[in-house]
Design a protein around this ligand. Sequence first.
Ligand code: 5RP
Length: 236
Amino acid sequence: MSAELSPIEKAKFVAAKRASDMVENGMKVGLGTGSTAAWMVRCLGERVRQEGLKIKGVPTSTRTADLAREVGIEVIALDEAGWLDLTIDGADEFDAELNLIKGGGGAHLQEKIVASASDRMVVIADPAKEVAHLGAFPLPVEVIPFGWKTTRKLVEEMLEGMDVLGRDVTIRMNGAMPFVTDEGNHILDLHLLRIGNPRQLALVLNQVPGVVENGLFIDICDTVVIGHGDGRVELR
Ligand code: 5RP
């Protein structure tokens, strides 16, 4: 499966492979979204087909649900699963405390719900995702479509009192139209450059009317599996 991959894809693949090997028979597994998570879904599908691994997968997006079914993983809804043994997902950034920025793919709402309903969250990443301070990657914030421009203004005002370096807020676009999430919402991307207090920001952002969920994952991730282009894997 890993033949002739570019170093970055190899890094994603080896991280995904190591994490997928943590999955055991009978587990209910949260399936993340993104290019790294897609490798993990393919690896799990291979184990289902080759070893007869029996798992139930709870996808975090329609994209992941489609891929999981395609590779032979039984897909169930979160409410059917109730509680999950493990969630494996990618991230846009992680810091030394294993706090994350997620939502580059616009799926952080479902991803946060699924990870929070799991015994363990394992993040799979390439080395470029490791940062000293979160915030270089724009922070995604899911907002309801009603009055999203007003919500953006309220978010901008709220940022005035926050320990961040940048304060630009943009609406994520899909061509000429605002991007629409699986839940029918829009995404504001917050260009903060450096987040001084991610825990405080995560709490305050969700107080703004119109905000559904932000992409800061605080105290949710248990382990990060970092893959390297030469095939090495590190655990944090
Ligand atoms: C999607 C996410 C992804 O996990 C994150 O964007 C990382 O994606 P990739 O593995 O493609 O770099 O949070 O909402």
